[in-house]
Design a protein around this ligand. Structure first.
Ligand code: GSH
Length: 251
């Protein structure tokens, strides 16, 4: 095998009917092989879930031109779940992967009511992340002004509203009930992303233990979970920070 074939080779998804794969998906002792570029981007929440859950996971080397045609939607991220009996389940589309893994690792609430609550917060967090992506990251022009506008027109309202929701849940470091869910993980991602990608010269990101105590408590609760803290302090995580800044030309 040549070196380039080794780099490009991906696990072969098991071909079986939906019932068989559904049974395999109940495996509680899977290993996850993760394929995404060397940056946070659309792959970040999935990495966070795997890390938080203490899952057995590894990154597959990316050799995109040779892999693109082999993945279901010709985009990344993709996850290959290898179950204890060797079945390979291919998972695609970032949000579908996140929900699947969140359910698997009990990070999605305990019932339909809680699923809905988790989804509310995920959707509301996207109300900040999406405009931040389109106005600040994907456009190099007026970055500072656009970031300032987001801090004062979108983030301020978000903070006031989410502080209330979190207070209503008992100011316990969680959005839903008294355990971490996907919503908490995504909020922590939002905080990290806003600080990592603050344009030079922009105002201060209006998030802190003083300004947004309940949001900060969620952030700290996620960050202090042992498996997650180890991931966030790892060299690999720093590399992904650097890869993200480089892609969007932040210094
Ligand atoms: N809807 C997809 C979009 C994924 C996507 O656009 N991925 C980009 C990287 S963030 C990609 O694979 N780009 C490479 C390409 O299009 O060739 C998802 O959410 O997973």
């Amino acid at each position: 095998m040549t070196a380039s074939t080794t780099i490009a080779s991906l696990p072969t998804p098991t071909q079986a009917d939906s019932e068989t794969l559904s049974r395999a998906a109940q495996s509680g002792d899977s290993t996850f092989k993760y394929l995404y570029f060397g940056l946070h981007g659309r792959g970040e929440l999935t990495r966070r879930i795997l890390a938080f859950a203490g899952a057995k996971w590894e990154e597959l080397p990316v050799d995109w031109p040779s892999q693109k045609e082999s993945v279901p939607f010709k985009v990344l991220p993709v996850v290959y779940e290898v179950t204890s009996d060797g079945t390979v389940i291919e998972l695609a589309e970032s949000q579908a992967i996140e929900r699947y893994l969140a359910q698997k690792f009990n990070l999605y609430g305990k019932n339909v009511y809680e699923h809905h609550k988790v989804e509310q917060y995920l959707s509301s967090i996207d109300g900040v992340l999406i405009p931040f992506g389109t106005k600040v990251l994907n456009s190099a022009e007026n970055r500072v002004e656009e970031a300032n506008k987001i801090y004062s027109n979108i983030l301020d309202k978000f903070i006031a509203i989410h502080e209330e929701h979190l207070k209503k849940n008992g100011s316990n470091g969680h959005y839903v009930g008294n355990t971490t869910t996907l919503a908490d993980l995504k909020l922590a991602l939002l905080v990290d992303r806003l600080f990592l990608l603050k344009p030079k010269g922009a105002n201060e990101v209006p998030l802190s233990a003083e300004k947004s105590p309940n949001i900060w408590k969620v952030y700290e609760t996620v960050n202090s979970a042992p498996h997650f803290a180890a991931w966030r302090n790892s060299d690999k995580y720093r590399e992904l920070d650097d890869g993200t800044k480089k892609l969007f030309k932040f210094d």
